[in-house]
Design a protein around this ligand. Structure first.
Ligand code: HEC
Length: 180
């Protein structure tokens, strides 16, 4: 048993040593704890921000509109999944936020509501190749995105349907013309 545990801890100890090593200096002057704290603080300054994940979500969500509009169902399914993945990642990047009112709210609740609500409706409509229902779920999703923006002190981040796909190197027209 004990040797099993030692086996499992091996990689963790190795990782800790790897994190601590460069900051310790050759003379070993700094404590490993101090070195880890310093490295974590440094990594914190280069970690992705919520705004970056949201910009990507905005792009993928804009692309999704054009895939639905062109009834390119495999592409629509792909972009919807991209949106779901980015939204899930966004709440890991920033699990909660302190509002100007002083209260701190988790992001997870609103994200989950959108994912399990209108995004799910869209998935069903895309699978059924129903352009009308997919469009309806898309517009409802926009409202859900904006209610989260409003809840987190960003009521001015209103969404609209873009005039052209945000990604210009992807062909939105389905192969062989419009799909049924
Ligand atoms: C769980 C809450 C939440 C949901 C759901 C959400 N957003 Fe956001 N979004 C935010 C917050 C908070 C910001 C502001 C980020 C900041 O202040 O750094 C933001 C910012 C943005 C921005 C601006 C990014 C920039 O810096 O230019 C875009 C674009 C965006 N969201 C798109 C969307 C879209 C599209 C959806 C729905 C498909 C969506 N968001 C759903 C919380 C949310």
């Amino acid at each position: 048993m004990a040797s099993n545990r030692a086996w499992a801890l091996g990689p963790i100890v190795a990782l800790g040593a790897w994190i601590a090593w460069p900051a310790m200096g050759l003379d070993g002057g700094e404590s490993p704890e101090h070195a880890v704290t310093e490295r974590v603080a440094k990594l914190e300054t280069v970690r992705p921000r919520l705004a970056e994940a949201m910009s990507l979500l905005g792009r993928q969500f804009g692309n999704l509109w054009f895939a639905i509009d062109k009834a390119n169902w495999p592409l629509a399914e792909f972009y919807l999944q991209q949106c779901r993945d980015v939204l899930a990642h966004a709440v890991v990047i920033e699990p909660s936020r302190t509002l100007t009112s002083g209260s701190t709210l988790p992001l997870q609740g609103m994200a989950q509501k959108l994912d399990q609500g209108y995004f799910n409706d869209m998935r069903t409509a895309i699978a059924a190749k129903d352009r009308g229902d997919a469009g309806k779920a898309y517009r409802n999703s926009m409202k859900s995105c904006m209610s989260c923006h409003a809840m987190f002190d960003r009521p001015f981040l209103r969404l609209r349907i873009p005039e052209a796909p945000p990604t210009d190197v992807i062909e939105f027209e389905p192969p062989g013309g419009k799909m049924p």
